[in-house]
Design a protein around this ligand. Structure first.
Ligand code: ATP
Ligand code: MG
Length: 488
C-alpha cells in the first residue's frame, strides 16, 4: 500500500479543527472520495466528505461547534451529518460495508472499517482517503493504486468491474462521465464490462441518469462521452433517437452525412462558445428528426424536409422521457430546434429586411443563441464550403445588427393596443381585434409601415374599414400608445 503525505494540501481551517477533534478523541477519520481526487488534480471543489470509523455524528457536531457553525443537519437513519462552513459543504458519514444480493438493488449496509468503505467506492481514483489524525495527518491511504491511475489518467474499478457495475449500474454512467470530464481513459476490462452490463442501466431512475448525462454534456469535449456511451451501448438504453442518427446511406452514388457524428461535431463546436447547458442541448437536438424525415429524390438526392419542425415537436417527448425539465428551458430548446435553419436559409436567398425582421421577431432575445447554434452547425469536410458558409453567416450577423438597430423588432410589442382598437371601433373583446393586431404586426415585419405608433394607428383605421367596422363617434386619436395595458 502506498503512503504519501499531502498535509500541505489540508491548510483549510476545517481540516485543522477536524484534525484536533479527531486526535483528541483518538478517532479514525479521513477526507475521502471526490474531494481528494479533485484536490490532487487541482480542480476546485466545495464538497468535502469525511468518513469516520464508528459514529460520525458526534464528531460532526463537535467540529461544527468549534468552527462556530450553529446549524448541523443530522440524518440519523443514514448515519450522516452535514454543515456548511463558508462556501464549503462538509459531510460526515460512518465507514460502512455494503454487500449486494443479485436479486436486489438495495445493498445490505453494516458498519465497517476504512478498507470496507473504500471497497464499496466506484473507482480507484474515488477511493483515496486522506488521514486527519495527527499521527499521520495528510497521509494518503490508497489500497488500489488510485494515485497511479490519477497520474496516468485511468478509470478503473477497485473490485471486479462486472460486480461493481452490476451492483450499482449508475456507476457505468459515472465511468463515462469521469472519463469525459477528466479526459481519462476507461481501462479495457472496465470497458468490456460496460458493454456486458449496459442493459442493467434500465434499473436506474431517469433522474440519476440525466444528472450524469448533463455533466457529460457540460464537459469541455462532450463528444468523447457520447462516443463512449455509444460504443458501450449505454446510450441505446435511454436515447434511441440519437442512435438512429447513425449511419450513412448511399443511393445512385449519393450519400448523406452521418448525422450522429455531425451532431457531435456541432456539440463540440458549440461547447467552445458556450457553457449554457440548454444551448448545448439544442445542439444535441437540432437534427434529431433527420431519420424520420429522410427521403431520397432522384433529382436532388437526400432530403430531410421539415426535420426542424418535427424535431421541435419531438423535443417535448424526449425531454419528458429523459426527466428533463418541461418548463421554459424545454421551450427554449424547442424554439432553437425549430429555427435552426433560418439564419442560413436567409443567406441562400436575398437577405431581405423583412426576412430578417421576421427572424428577429420569432427568436426574440434568443437570437444570439440561435446564431451561436447556427455557427456551430457549419461543418463539412470541404474547407472551401465551410469558409463560404462562414462568410455568409457573418453577412447575416451584420444584417441582423443593422435591422435590429433600425427597427427594434427583437422584443416586439404591438404598437397599437387591443384597448385602443376596442375604443376606436366600439368593440367588445372579439376576433377582429386579433385580426387587426396581426395585420399591423405583419405590415411592420414586411416593412410596409415603420415600427411606429402613428403609422400603426393609421394602418388600424384602414384595416378596420376593410373589415367593415365603423369608427366610434367619440374616438379621439391618441398621441401615443397610452392604453397599452395588454401585452399580447
Ligand atoms: P462530483 O462531485 O463531481 O459529482 P464525486 O466523485 O465527488 O464527483 P459524488 O456523487 O459527490 O461524486 O460522490 C462522492 C464519492 O462517493 C465519490 O467520489 C465516490 O467515492 C463515492 N460514490 C458516489 N457515488 C457512488 C456510487 N454510485 N458507487 C460507489 N461510490 C460512489
Ligand atoms: Mg462530490
Amino acid at each position: 500500500m502506498k503512503t504519501k503525505n499531502y498535509a500541505s494540501y489540508l491548510k483549510h481551517p476545517v481540516f485543522k479543527v477536524a484534525s484536533q477533534v479527531v486526535t483528541e478523541n483518538n478517532l479514525q477519520a479521513y477526507v475521502i472520495g471526490g474531494f481528494v481526487r479533485d484536490l490532487l488534480l487541482e480542480r476546485p471543489s466545495k464538497d468535502i466528505d469525511i468518513v469516520v470509523v464508528g459514529n460520525g455524528l458526534d464528531l460532526a457536531k463537535e467540529i461544527a461547534t468549534r468552527l462556530r457553525v450553529s446549524k448541523v443537519s443530522v440524518f440519523e437513519n443514514f448515519g450522516t451529518a452535514q454543515f456548511k462552513y463558508k462556501d464549503l459543504d462538509v459531510e460526515f458519514v460512518g465507514a460502512r460495508k455494503e454487500s449486494y444480493r443479485r436479486d436486489s438493488r438495495k445493498p445490505i449496509v453494516e458498519n465497517g472499517t476504512l478498507a470496507d468503505d473504500q471497497n464499496r467506492r466506484d473507482f480507484t481514483i474515488n477511493a483515496l482517503a486522506l488521514s486527519l489524525h495527527q499521527e499521520n495527518f495528510g497521509e494518503i491511504i490508497d489500497p488500489f493504486n488510485g494515485l497511479d491511475d490519477l497520474e496516468k489518467g485511468i478509470i478503473r474499478t477497485p473490485l471486479d468491474p462486472d460486480i461493481t457495475y452490476s451492483d450499482d449500474p449508475l456507476r457505468m454512467m459515472r465511468a463515462v462521465r469521469f472519463a469525459t470530464q477528466l479526459g481519462f481513459k476507461i481501462e479495457t476490462e472496465s470497458l468490456n464490462a460496460l458493454q456486458r452490463n449496459a442493459e442493467r442501466l434500465n434499473i436506474i431512475s431517469g433522474e440519476r441518469i440525466i444528472d450524469e448525462l448533463n455533466k457529460i454534456i457540460l464537459a469541455e469535449e462532450p463528444s468523447r462521452g457520447f462516443k463512449l456511451l455509444n460504443s458501450t451501448k449505454l446510450l441505446h438504453q435511454f436515447f434511441p433517437e440519437m442512435i438512429a442518427l447513425q449511419g450513412v446511406e448511399t443511393i445512385d452514388g449519393k450519400s448523406h452525412k452521418d448525422n450522429f457524428y455531425h451532431t457531435l461535431e456541432v456539440l463540440d463546436n458549440i461547447s467552445e462558445n458556450t457553457d449554457k447547458l440548454w444551448l448545448r442541448w439544442a445542439a444535441i437536438m437540432h437534427d434529431i428528426a433527420k431519420p424520420p424525415t429522410k427521403k431520397f429524390d432522384t433529382e436532388i438526392g437526400w432530403t430531410f424536409h421539415g426535420h426542424e419542425e418535427l424535431g421541435a415537436r419531438m423535443t417535448y417527448r424526449i425531454f419528458k422521457r429523459l426527466k428533463l425539465p418541461l418548463d421554459a428551458k424545454m421551450k427554449y430548446v424547442e424554439k432553437l430546434v425549430r429555427l435552426h435553419l433560418r439564419p442560413i436559409s436567409l443567406v441562400k436567398g436575398n437577405v431581405t429586411d423583412s426576412a430578417v425582421r421576421r427572424l428577429l421577431f420569432e427568436a426574440g432575445d434568443d437570437i444570439e443563441d440561435l446564431m451561436t447554434l447556427c455557427n456551430a452547425d457549419i461543418t463539412s469536410k470541404n474547407e472551401f464550403k465551410v469558409q463560404k458558409y462562414k462568410k455568409n453567416f457573418e453577412l447575416v450577423t451584420m444584417k441582423l445588427k443593422d435591422v435590429e438597430e433600425k427597427d427594434q423588432i427583437r422584443n416586439f410589442q404591438p404598437p397599437v393596443s387591443g384597448e385602443i382598437i376596442m375604443k376606436a371601433f366600439d368593440l367588445k373583446p372579439c376576433n377582429e381585434i386579433g385580426v387587426i393586431k396581426t395585420t399591423i404586426k405583419d405590415a411592420i415585419l414586411e416593412g410596409t409601415i415603420p415600427n411606429e405608433f402613428e403609422a400603426a394607428l393609421e394602418q388600424m383605421l384602414i384595416i378596420g374599414k376593410d373589415l367593415g367596422l365603423t369608427l366610434s363617434n367619440d374616438f379621439q386619436m391618441p398621441k401615443n400608445n397610452i392604453f397599452t395595458t395588454d401585452k399580447k
